[in-house]
Write a protein that binds this ligand. Sequence first.
Ligand code: AMP
Length: 219
Amino acid sequence: MSQRLNLIVLGKQGAGKGTQSTVLAERYAIPHVSTGDILRNAVAAGSELGQQVESILHAGDLVNDELVNQLVRERFKEADAQKGVVLDGFPRTIGQAEALEEMLGDDGIKLCINLDVPTELVTQRLSSRRVCQECGATYKDTDVEAISGTCSACGGDVIQRTDDYPDAIRKRLETYERDTEPLLKFYGARGLLVTVDGDQRPNEVTDEIMKLVHERGLA
Ligand code: AMP
């Protein structure tokens, strides 16, 4: 078996993918690759890519497979990705999952971690989420940073992401159910799927994931 630790963190928006992916990337010393972050950064930078995808992101729709696959293909070429990656928000469709298999060849995905959280709870989490526009720190709407609009980490503006507005949340969750949920079967059929209860404290979720990775002899 190859030494590359390619992990996928799957789950609804608001299930905690970003939080868990960040911690796993740190623990295993591999990069956290979030297609959502790559696309949001492109929008913030006003690049050609950003201009192309801005309205799609704001509406909570999916960017087309070809474009996202190309971004990931490029990211895999970078030096830091040679020991593995934690994929967050990719793949999101069967087409992307098939493209990923082609990209990685035999050196494929080692585990797909499904963070299971009920829809009502993720809706609550997303509606109350506020983020710092500068450093990306996240807060709840009741936190002092959200009320004052100022990030305590960097002094940046704390805002609500437009794709966390109610209509966009509804659309993103519908899209998840239609396009992304079929991936559970896809990875289940390959014996690569594990499901973890995402409605626990973040460190408990991490412990459970790391135990599963360890039990499979992956790290
Ligand atoms: P996320 O932060 O993962 O929820 O992504 C934010 C937005 O970026 C999504 O609502 C999509 O518009 C877009 N996006 C991120 N990842 C993908 C992907 N794998 N395929 C298509 N669109 C994506």
